[in-house]
Every structure is written in structure tokens, then in C-alpha cells.
Design a protein around this ligand. Sequence first.
Ligand code: SF4
Length: 464
Amino acid sequence: MENISPKYFRENIRRSLLDEKLRLNVKKATELTLLKRKSVIEDFDEWELLREKAHHIRKNAIDNLDYYLELFENKCRDNGVQVMRATNGEDAYVLINEILRNISAKLVVKSKSMVTEEIQLNEQIEQAGVEVIETDLGEYIIQLAGETPSHITAPALHKSREEIGKLFSEKLGLPYSSDPTVLTGYARNILREKFLNADAGISGANFLIAETGTIVLVENEGNARLSTTIPKIHIVITGIEKVVPSVDEALLLLKLLPTSATGQKITSYVSFINKPKRPNDIDGPEKIFVILLDKGRRKLLKNPETNSALYCIKCGACMNICPVYQSVGGHAYDSVYPGPIGSILTPAMSSFCNGKDLAFGSSLCGACTEICPVKINIHHTLLWIRSQAVERSYTPFIEKLLFRVWRRVMQNVFLYNLSSKIMHFLQPLMLQDGLKVHGWLAYKNIPELAEKSFHEIWESELSK
Ligand code: SF4
């Protein structure tokens, strides 16, 4: 059940750094998205003001989570939508299984949902003998490949179109092509059939509007709309943090989400789902169920140092800009949520011991904080997690010793000058690869030391 457990982070990083193709795919995709985002943001006069407002909207929603959740639940009931709560993945699965059993479901279509990845829902449903088909193109590719998403908004970002063409040809027996139009056509033909025959559709939610009991979904392919309108049953499974107080506030967040996620002013489809099909409606589900999942979110909420991670609107921009994510890709994190925000969510949602290493996979450059549309202070939170790892004695003895020595040296002029001289002496050995350096230094070029230290230059300037 636990898919949030990055046990092999260090080994994965090593492997990813040696995979030139993977690194190229990830870099190309993230840089392209960042360029698109930049050009769209130039059209916003008040981008910073919007971010500020979005921060306060999310803060208010999370600070008053129980109030808004209750309001949302009541409005849903008024609208004829059934709402249930699940503490963990097992609870959610029991609820979903019962709904599917009651309609003797054989086929379920799913639109993209990271929450279902959290609880590995597909495997659970398949074990009950029900076929589950991912209908988002990226998710469909990942499902065919038997992999997990490597990015929260672009799940197959690590794959080139040639790799996707090969995958389609191997798994679907179709003629090889690397043309995106041809590949999309292949997927469309197969998925259209599945939509028409599905017994139930499962989706996540981008926002839950408390004042109206509305479920908001954004997407570009129309697959979410088909998944939620053609089958007789629509099941929404989402995290409790997705609630926002009002329609106006959801609309403001809707300006920031696609811009940050894909560099679009608005996605091709935005669905506001309020109620099941009425007698005179020509389409729509007969029943809608909403499952609100906790799974570690309340634990996160209780900690004032990390609870702002719940403001996240899952745009993925912090991943795109992160130099570490760009270098190793999402699978290296071995967690549902990779990148900077994943490094905060993961230790909170699994165990601190399992997830803490991710916080060390950051240069702390602050680019994630700068790009975040809801102004989460991501790099400071990562620093706090690191401090906790040190306080709880999770860091290796040799690292602690080195930092103790470093502190002594930095506090003593004589030792500082002496160490500077020793480094100058050792430098030729290091630059010529004469020393075998392990750990992260094995992948880094050691910068050449200046001939004179700042201290020496300062002294000589003073003596002139
Ligand atoms: S932390 Fe911010 S930038 Fe990262 S995914 Fe969430 S909203 Fe987007």
C-alpha cells in the first residue's frame, strides 16, 4: 500500500546521473515548459499580486480546513452528491470496492489523479477482477510501460517520442511511429472504445469549492470530461486539502494553475461538476461519490513548520525549475511526489526516517520558492527537515565530525588561514584527479581556488 517510501534515493541518483538519455529528456521537457510559462507570465500585469492573494486563499482554506470541509460536504449533500471520508488507502479502497461491487463493474476509466497513485488504487481494483484504464495520454503511456509517473503534471515526461513509439508498437502491436499525431490517434481509438463501455469513471479534483459543493477539474485532452460524464457512476477521490472557500477564489487559483503547470493561460477543458444527471439532462453520471482522503495530511497540518505544504495546488513548477530534479528526473525520488514539494510531503506522508533523505537532494538555491504560485517557502521547509534529521541523529557520524571541525576552523583565524594553505597545497592533486574523491564530489568539478584569498588581498590593500 505504501508507495511513498524513497528507500533507494542515493542509489537512484547515481543511476540517473549516468543515464544521459533520461537526463536529456527531462531537461528538454522541463526547459520547454519553463519557457512557455515565462512568455505567458509576461502578459500578467500583476503576477506577484496574484501569487500573494493565492497564498492567502490557500492559507485561509488550510487554517480553517474543518469548517470548509463541512461546508463542502453539506453543499454536496444538497446537490445529491454522496461524500465519504477515508483516513488511509485501505479505507478508500473499501469504499470504492463497495461502489464497484454494487454495480457489478467490469471496466473503470480513470482520469489523471495523483491521489490514486498515493494509494496504488489501480492494483487494488485489478485484484478484484475489474479492468482499469488510464485515459490521460501520459498516464496511459506509463500504464502500458508498467511504470509510475515521474512528474505530477507530465507523468511520461522522462520518455522521448521515439521511446513511446516503440512502446506502442510492442504493447499494442501497431506500426511504429514517432509522430505525436499518429501516436495520439492510436491512443484515442483505443480509449474511445473504453469510455463507451466503462461502468464507472474515477477522477481526482483540482479544487473543491466549499460554498457550492463543486468539483473542479482542469485538463487538456477531454479525457477527464469523458470519464466523468459517460459512465453511470463517477467516483471522485481527492485529498482533504483541495478545498477552497468560494467560486471567486477558485477562479483566481485557476489563473495561476495552468500558467505555472503548462505555460497556458487556461487549459482546453475546465469542468465544474455540481450534481448528478437530472431527468432532462442528455448525459452525465446517475450517481457521484466523493471520497475525501487524509493519508498523512492532518499530521502535516499539525506541524506549523511544514503545514504550508498543504497550500500546494500541484502545478509541478517547482519540479521543472529544480536543478536536482532536472538532473535526475522524478523516478530517482522513489516517491509519488518527487522534486522540492515531494521532499516535504514524502517524510510527512510516510515516515520521517524513510523520507528525510529527499530534503538533502536540494541545492537550497530557492528557485522552487521563487516560482511557487502560492508562495510556499519550500527551501526553508527543506532546511527545517534537514535540521530535524540532524537533531534526531539520522546523519552519518563522519558528516557530523566534519561539520564540527568546519565550525572550529571558521571560528578561529589561525586555523582558517592554515586550512586555506593546506587546500592550496592539495589543490593540484584534486584537479589532476590524483585523489579518489567519493560521494557527490565524484560528479562535480572542484572549482579552482584563487591564487590569493580575500583575506590576503584585503591585507595587501590596507598596507598600500
Ligand atoms: S509547491 Fe508550489 S510550485 Fe510546487 S507543485 Fe506545489 S504549487 Fe506548484
